[in-house]
Design a binder for this molecule. Structure first.
Ligand code: SF4
Length: 324
C-alpha cells in the first residue's frame, strides 16, 4: 500500500478464536476477530488503525508482534516471513518490533525501579554487556525526556505521562524499527496526550521509527498519522492517506466515524452519516457487507454481496458497492 520498500507486510491475516457454545458447550463456533487483513508499513511511516471497540484492531497489533498466533495469513518483517518462526528463530525479530501499551501503569512492574524496567529487555541479549547496558539506559532516559535521577524511582512515583515515557524508553531499548502502539495516550489527560504524541513524532524523525498506531480517537490520529486503515468487524474497509481520509472519507463507516468525532476543524465537505446501534457480534457477522445492518446507504445488493477492498479512482482502497 506504500511506495517505499515495506518494513512490515501483512497479507490475508486472520485470527479466529474458538468458542464453546450451545447446550453443555458442545458446539464450537469461531469468533472472527480478524478476518483477512492486508497491511503495509514503510520505514519511518505511521499507519493508524482505527475503528470502534470490537473491530479487531488490537488483535492485529498482537498478531503483528507474534504475541498471538494467526489462524491464517503471512507476516513479513524487513522482508522475512516471521509468521511461523519458533522462539529462537524469532529472537532477532523481537528486537526489531516492540510494543507500547495503553495503560503504562499496568504494563510496568511495580516492584522494579525505572532503571531496571528499561534495562530488562537488554538483559535478554547477552551480546550487550553490563556497562553498555548502563550507558544505553541513561541515553534512553534522556531521549524520552526523563531526568537521570528518575532511574532510582518506582512506577508509582511517576505521573501518567512520565510512565508512558518510561514505557516508550523500554520499547526503544533494543533499537526497534517498528513500534506497535495500542491506544498509547487514551489513558492520559489531553494536555499530556499532546506531549507524548509530540515525543513519539520527534523520536520517529530522529530514529526513523515506523508506528502501527492503534486508536479509536480520530483527533489523535489526525495529529500523528500518515496513512489510516479503518477497520470494521475484523476487516479493513478503507485505507487512505490521512489527509485524503479526513478531507473526504469514502466508505460510509469512515464517514460516520468522522462525523461523530469532535474534531477542531469540521470540514464543510464532510457528509453527515450518523452511526446507530452497536457493532454486531464477530461470532455471526452479517451477510454481504458486514456494515449493512448499520449503514444508512445500504441497498439490496449489500445484504447478499460482500464488497471487496479495491482501489478507487482517487487512489485509496475502499470496500463499498457505492465506491467501486
Ligand atoms: Fe453501506 Fe452497502 Fe457500502 Fe456496505 S456496501 S458500506 S452497506 S452502501
Amino acid at each position: 500500500m506504500s511506495a517505499a520498500a515495506p518494513l512490515l507486510q501483512v497479507e490475508g491475516l486472520k485470527k479466529h478464536f474458538p468458542l464453546k457454545h450451545g447446550l453443555f458447550g458442545g458446539e464450537v463456533v469461531a469468533i472472527r476477530a480478524v478476518d483477512g487483513v492486508d497491511l503495509t508499513i514503510a520505514p519511518g511511516e505511521t499507519l493508524c488503525l482505527v475503528g470502534e471497540s470490537g473491530s479487531g484492531k488490537s488483535t492485529v497489533g498482537k498478531l503483528v508482534l507474534r504475541l498471538t498466533e494467526p489462524t491464517a495469513g503471512t507476516i513479513r518483517l524487513e522482508g522475512v516471513d516471521i509468521t511461523h518462526l519458533g522462539p529462537d528463530a524469532m529472537r532477532p525479530y523481537r528486537r526489531r518490533a516492540q510494543m507500547v501499551f495503553q495503560d503504562p501503569y499496568a504494563s510496568l512492574n511495580p516492584r522494579m525501579t525505572a532503571g531496571k524496567i528499561v534495562s530488562e529487555p537488554l538483559e535478554n541479549y547477552p551480546d550487550i554487556g553490563a556497562s553498555a547496558r548502563k550507558e544505553r539506559v541513561a541515553a534512553l532516559f534522556e531521549q524520552v525526556g526523563l531526568r537521570p535521577d528518575a532511574m532510582q524511582r518506582f512506577p508509582f512515583e511517576f505521573s501518567g505521562g512520565q510512565r508512558q515515557r518510561l514505557g516508550i524508553a523500554r520499547a526503544l531499548a533494543l533499537n526497534p524499527a517498528l513500534i506497535v502502539a495500542d491506544e498509547p495516550v487514551s489513558a492520559l489527560d489531553v494536555s499530556v496526550q499532546a506531549q507524548v504524541l509530540n515525543l513519539m513524532m520527534d523520536l520517529q524523525e530522529e530514529l526513523g521509527l515506523a508506528y502501527l498506531f492503534i486508536s479509536h480517537d480520530l483527533g489523535v490520529v489526525e495529529h500523528i498519522g500518515h496513512h489510516v486503515a479503518v477497520m470494521y468487524l475484523g476487516r479493513i474497509v478503507e485505507y487512505a492517506t490521512k489527509d485524503a481520509l479526513f478531507e473526504n472519507p469514502r466508505h460510509p463507516y469512515s464517514q460516520a466515524l468522522l462525523a461523530a468525532a469532535p474534531l477542531p476543524d469540521p470540514r464543510a465537505k464532510r457528509e453527515r452519516v450518523v452511526l446507530q446501534g452497536d457493532i454486531p457480534s464477530p461470532i455471526n457477522p452479517p451477510t454481504g457487507c458486514a456494515f449493512h445492518t448499520r449503514c444508512p446507504k445500504a441497498f439490496d445488493r449489500c445484504k447478499v454481496e460482500t464488497p471487496q477492498l479495491v482501489p478507487t479512482a482517487d487512489g485509496r482502497l475502499a470496500s463499498c458497492h457505492l465506491v467501486e
